[in-house]
Design a binder for this molecule. Structure first.
Ligand SMILES: Nc1ncnc2c1ncn2[C@@H]1O[C@H](COP(=O)(O)OP(=O)(O)OP(=O)(O)O)[C@@H](O)[C@H]1O
Length: 259
């Protein structure tokens, strides 16, 4: 069954101006992302990954080109964004953080409670619902951000290196939890990462960006059946080839941008 297109991006370009200087962060990005697809973006530092996500989130205005997020309901927010850090509000408890977006939308109290409880339980934070962010570990804070993003029930999810600051073990636990919620909710996810293993583990498709100005120069379909394990990825010769392809791409782009 072919899925509908959820995000359409056409010729998206962003130029930042500072005094006499201009920086073209991304140039002519065109892209279609299907409903329910999990897409990772990988590229060298400074190639415009965050800029692309911020434009889709409405936090930054593009210089030219455009994009469209197909709506499935008038009542859903267009997107939720999960950042690497600073995603939780320190003055609210875990429960209040997860419920925040729902409260802002003035949803009925019972609905807020039900959705908040559901996603608190999904990320294993039910017991910690009354705590404040300063009492939580980095991994727990990221769980709060993920629970809040999904609880909001947005049309799409934008994730900017959400696990970048976590240690290897915690990172993998959160990746598993994210995939479990994603497979239940069928959300469309656009996810930035610097980790090739993470991209291969999570993605249906990996987009490779060039060094600045960022363009999508290659894409890899990741056909490994789900649920996947790290062992599957390590043991599968096709995955080893994909890993090397991404690695070589990054090497080349970083070298070119330095020379
Ligand atoms: N508000 C801004 N004003 C001026 N330049 C900016 C602004 N935001 C980003 N840039 C520039 O745009 C380029 C792309 O930045 P961006 O943060 O999107 O890259 P990135 O690929 O996400 O980097 P990293 O992987 O290191 O997080 C960089 O050269 C950056 O300096």
């Amino acid at each position: 069954m072919s899925r509908n297109t959820k995000i359409v991006i056409r010729d998206l370009t962003k130029v930042f101006y500072k005094k006499e200087q201009s920086i073209t962060a991304i140039r002519n990005i065109s892209l279609d992302i299907k409903e329910g697809e999990f897409v990772c973006i990988v590229g060298p530092s400074g190639c415009g990954k965050t800029t692309l996500l911020r434009i889709l989130a409405g936090l930054e205005k593009q210089s030219s080109g455009g994009f469209r997020i197909e709506k499935s309901s008038m009542h859903r927010p267009n997107q939720s964004m999960v950042f690497q850090e600073r995603g939780v509000l320190p003055w609210l408890t875990v429960r209040e953080n997860v419920a925040f977006g729902l409260r802002m939308r003035h949803l009925p109290k019972e609905q807020i409670q039900e959705r908040t409880n559901f996603f608190l339980s999904k990320v294993g934070l039910t017991k910690f619902a009354h705590m404040y962010p300063k009492e939580l570990s980095g991994g727990m804070k990221q769980r709060v951000s993920i629970a809040r993003a999904f609880a909001n029930d947005p049309e799409i999810l934008l994730m900017d290196e959400p696990f970048g600051a976590l240690d290897e073990q915690n990172r993998h636990i959160l990746q598993e939890e994210l995939l479990s919620i994603w497979s239940e909710t069928k959300k469309t996810v656009l996810f930035i990462t610097h980790s090739i293993d993470e991209a291969l583990y999570l993605s249906d498709r990996v987009l490779l960006m060039s060094a600045q100005p960022g363009q999508i120069v290659q894409e890899l379909q990741i056909d490994l059946p789900r649920p996947r394990t790290l062992k599957d990825i390590r043991a599968n010769p096709d995955m080893a080839e994909q890993f090397l392809a991404i690695w070589q791409h990054l090497q080349t782009e970083v070298q070119q941008s330095r020379s």
